[in-house]
Design a binder for this molecule. Structure first.
Ligand code: CTP
Length: 207
């Protein structure tokens, strides 16, 4: 199971909070897994990158919807890769009608969303599934230190550390860190090549 793309949190029927993710990294991972012979389910938000045929797609909008689908599919999966740029916050209240600009000011409150990988990490510990849990870490500072913290706090086997430059772009500069202390740094790669590097490391047949 792979998650991909951004999520959207609506303020009213028109406006939403989101991010610049194109979904390409997740789509490339799904496609490469498919080429390797895996049965792949891709749970994704509203994304612009194309998805190859032969991949089961589950379209969601909000982080909560993604969580619900990921819990169902993740517990059956051998491996889960969380490549989605999941929104950390949602509006505490959603307006049922369009908010008019005649309001002189607008205060909004945000509530935190549950973390999908944390929830899957708990299930992995208890039920042994998914067997492999991989996450991404998008960091503007202390890349490897923060990524390692995420790896531990979410119970991941691997984390792909990268910077916001990769969000929505066609290439990624990444460092791959494993729970057993291995570290692999890569130069900027196309997302397709990055997907095959990540998967060959995870499969233990590193090139
Ligand atoms: N993630 C998730 N559920 C969330 C938020 C993030 O599963 N609600 C996953 C992402 O898919 C990614 C990993 O957690 O694989 C790290 O996401 P990132 O945005 O780098 O970090 P956060 O955990 O959201 O923490 P912070 O924003 O504080 O850096």
């Amino acid at each position: 199971m792979v998650t991909a793309g951004p999520t959207r949190e609506y303020l009213d029927p028109i406006r939403f909070l989101t991010n610049a993710s194109s979904g390409e990294m997740g789509a490339c991972l799904a496609q490469t897994l498919r080429h390797l012979g895996a049965r792949v389910v891709l749970i994704h938000g509203p994304m612009s990158a194309p998805v190859a045929s032969g991949i089961r797609r589950i379209c969601v909008v909000s982080a909560h919807q993604m969580l619900q689908k990921a819990l169902v599919w993740g517990q059956r999966a051998d491996a889960v890769i969380g490549a989605a740029a999941v929104g950390d916050w949602r509006f505490a209240g959603r307006f049922p009608r369009k908010v008019k600009k005649s309001r002189r000011s607008l205060w909004v409150r945000l509530s935190p969303n549950r973390d999908i990988l944390v929830e899957l990490g708990k299930r992995k510990r208890i039920f042994g599934r998914p067997k492999i849990l991989v996450g991404f870490a998008l960091e503007t500072e202390r890349l490897e230190k923060n990524a390692l913290r995420k790896l531990r706090s979410k119970g991941l086997d691997w984390v792909v550390a990268n910077s916001p430059a990769s969000l929505g772009g066609s290439s990624i500069r990444m460092t791959l860190l494993s729970a057993d202390g291995r570290r692999f740094r890569y130069p900027a790669l196309s997302k397709r090549l990055a997907a095959s590097r990540i998967l060959s490391r995870i499969a233990g047949e590193a090139s």
